[in-house]
Design a protein around this ligand. Structure first.
Ligand code: ATP
Ligand code: MG
Length: 250
């Protein structure tokens, strides 16, 4: 069964004109999806719909075949456990007053997941290649790349099926980027990723499927390899041409 499904979805913010039009999208477990498109094309907005942070203006969003019902707290608890997010800015996304332990433990506590919290945090830290003693420290003691690892540890601690990642490496320097991408690749053996990026090269490393958004519409959708080898849309060719090359990883 599909994890998430968007069917004929359109969306406008209260204040403005439509930013997403006629979106049809199915996310299968085990198949990472990349979303690319220029700034303002609606990538983050689409993630907000996938995360249940915004409701579609028209059309349907469903999770495991059930309508995504933001108002049902029971449904949303299960949903939050299965679908977690990591955002762009490693500096503002972590509460500076909390120790790393409490930051990573937060989903377990708020979702009332019955697991040994110490064990779970230790495992999450290990999974993102941070030392065990990181738990006692505060976010400001870490570099940007390490902070992004902390945010990733927080996202995986509830053992979700799906992680939604919005420009997670764009604030990082190139070599740090490459190492975080390697980490995501390793983690994607255990969970599915939706990755938004300006950077098609990142998406190509991580995602077997790709959608290209232009001004709120999907203009290309399919197997990443095929689209990159043979872009059918001018817009995709332009995006490819404007993408800097990634350093080799691994
Ligand atoms: N909270 C909001 N209220 C009103 N309009 C918004 C809001 N957030 C985004 N928009 C508008 O929606 C459109 C899509 O924005 P969105 O942030 O989804 O684009 P994006 O593809 O993620 O861009 P970027 O690559 O710069 O992050 C833009 O025109 C933006 O101005
Ligand atoms: Mg965005």
């Amino acid at each position: 069964m599909s994890l998430l499904n968007l069917s004929d979805v359109s969306f406008s913010y209260i204040t403005g004109k439509p930013v997403l039009h006629d979106i049809n999208l199915t996310l299968e477990a085990g198949s990472n999806l990349g979303i690319v498109g220029e700034s303002g094309s609606g990538k983050t907005t689409m993630l907000k719909l996938l995360l249940g942070l915004q409701r579609a203006s028209t059309g349907d969003v469903s999770f495991r075949g059930q309508p995504l019902d933001i108002r049902s707290s029971g449904f949303m608890r299960g949903f939050r456990r299965s679908v977690q997010a990591v955002f762009q800015d490693p500096y503002s996304s972590l509460d500076p007053r909390q120790r790393v332990f409490d930051i990573i433990a937060e989903p377990l506590r708020s979702l009332k997941i019955e697991r040994d919290i110490k064990d779970a945090v230790a495992q999450a830290l290990e999974a993102v290649d941070l030392p065990a003693d990181a738990a006692r420290r505060y976010p400001h003691e870490f570099s940007g790349g390490q902070r992004q690892r902390i945010a990733i540890a927080r996202a995986i601690v509830s053992t979700p099926d799906l992680i939604i990642a919005d420009e997670v490496v764009s604030a990082l320097d190139l070599s740090t980027r490459a190492r975080i991408i390697e980490l995501l690749k390793t983690l994607s053996q255990r969970m599915t990723f939706v990755v938004v990026s300006h950077d098609i090269a990142l998406v190509a490393l991580l995602c077997d499927r790709l959608i290209v958004l232009e001004k709120g519409r999907i203009v290309e959708q399919g197997v990443t390899r095929d689209i990159l080898a043979n872009p059918s849309h001018d817009y995709t060719r332009k995006l490819l041409a404007s993408t800097p090359r990634m350093p080799k990883t691994g």
